[in-house]
Write a protein that binds this ligand. Structure first.
Ligand SMILES: [Zn+2]
Length: 420
């Protein structure tokens, strides 16, 4: 049975897309329907099928018909890993790097993550909101309709909460859906340089309970790496997060194999992210616990890394692969999902189909939202993008050509270029 088997026409519809092709992303494939139509009732998709199967009565009874001029409709992109609330600028560091400065030299001149932490601590909530709004707006214009944003540039209770409040404000002020993740254990703050366990105590005993009490994050993430937090420290954060009923995610195996993915899997994490140095045994644990792999080619590219994530192992073990911008000021200042799709194909050898699944249904899986987001199926949220392209593969192939006609989020149209 195919999942896009046509259902009965609904009694009531509010919008009807016609003269289009669909890449539905159902059943873990592009699952294309050509010469299709798609009906929306309220906030959800109420019918998907061949346009020829629509009755004339059905069309004439529809209050809003959107003629897509033979364009392609895909689910809105799900960007499942970003750090887009930050203060200050690091563009000067980019130029220093290109002039030959090492990471240590940049650090000594006050650069690196601590310059972002300092600027973010100094910025007001409103200043952070204005800065982040520009970035969210850019992502929205790229067809992203669901977005995850992590805290992690505060590294003290006050600033971590300020960032999470800004994330909530972004969710309230933009049409796209925003998921907030608490990443207090992102880096060791300057005031705890000689006391990492003390900082983990602050995260677990003070920050996490407050985050939970305020209900301003759904997931907890940790950077488990030799330059960040150890496996036992990561475990401590996960135990607290689990007790509080929060979802678990992990920055794992980006620069070395720390066995983070295996640990996160035993906590039934939603996703492990980066994974360039993941071992076969770590991957097996992920498969066993149904953990998504989030691939971040933007950081791989920007840091000029050479070790690729084990994509063949993910394929063999049927681990869902998501792709994401990882938008952040230090290692992936990338505001374009279509560029990320191309990088996933060129740098990590994903097929176009895999990359597109990664930016839609598998991104939704990495956020635990696969029942409502990420594919075009009856009953799911009407988060849709109409693209002016000849084939879905164009989104991976035609670098820099953003050709969006219409964005619909939860049944409402927010952006349209369609010629009448
Ligand atoms: Zn990250």
């Amino acid at each position: 049975m195919t999942r896009h088997m046509e259902t009965l026409l609904p009694d009531k519809i509010d919008a009807l897309f016609i003269n289009c092709h669909l890449a539905t992303m159902a059943d873990n494939a592009l699952a294309i329907i050509e010469k299709a139509a798609l009906a929306v009732t309220g906030k959800t998709i109420s019918w998907v099928g061949k346009e020829k199967n629509l009755t004339e009565n059905f069309k004439t009874g529809c209050p809003k018909i959107i003629d897509c001029n033979k364009g392609w409709i895909l689910p809105g992109f799900v960007d499942c890993h970003t750090h887009l609330v930050w203060g200050g600028s690091r563009s000067n560091e980019f130029e220093m790097r290109l002039n030959g400065a090492t990471y240590e030299e940049i650090s000594k001149k006050g650069g690196g993550i601590f310059s972002t932490v300092q600027s973010t601590r100094n910025a007001s909530k409103n200043e952070l909101f204005i800065l982040a709004s520009k970035r969210v707006d850019a992502l929205l214009k790229q067809g992203i309709t669901t977005l995850e944003i992590k805290s992690g540039y505060g590294l003290d209770l006050k600033t971590e909460l300020k960032i999470l409040e800004v994330i909530r404000q972004l969710d309230e002020n933009f049409p796209l859906h925003v998921e907030a993740t608490f990443l207090g254990a992102h880096a060791l703050p300057p005031e705890y340089q000689n006391n990492p366990d003390g900082y983990i105590d602050l995260v677990t005993q003070t920050m996490l309970p407050e985050v939970k009490a305020q209900g301003i994050a759904t997931s907890v993430d940790v950077f488990c790496e030799h330059i960040a937090f150890t496996l036992p420290q990561t475990k401590k954060v996960f135990e607290t997060a689990k007790n509080l009923g929060l979802n678990i995610k992990l920055h794992a195996e980006q620069l070395s194999d720390s066995n983070g993915a295996a640990l996160a899997s035993t906590f039934n994490a939603l996703s492990c992210d980066h994974l360039e140095y993941l071992s076969l045994s770590g991957a097996k644990k992920m498969a066993q616990h149904n953990v998504a792999a989030v691939l971040l080619p933007g950081a791989f590219y920007f840091l000029k890394e050479t070790q690729k994530p084990p994509v063949d192992i993910f394929r063999n073990l049927k681990i869902p692969m998501a792709v994401s911008t990882d938008l952040n000021p230090g290692s992936s200042p990338v505001h374009s999902m279509t560029l990320i799709l191309n990088m996933a194909c060129i740098l990590f050898d994903l097929t176009c189909e895999e990359a597109l699944l990664g930016a839609t249904i598998n991104g939704a899986k990495a956020l635990g939202l696969e029942l409502s987001k990420g594919s075009i199926e009856t009953g799911k949220d009407a988060d849709l993008v109409v693209w002016d392209i000849d084939t879905p593969e164009d989104l991976c192939y035609l670098v820099g050509l953003t050709s969006i006609n219409t964005v619909m989020i939860k049944g409402r149209i927010h952006h349209t270029n369609l010629c009448k």
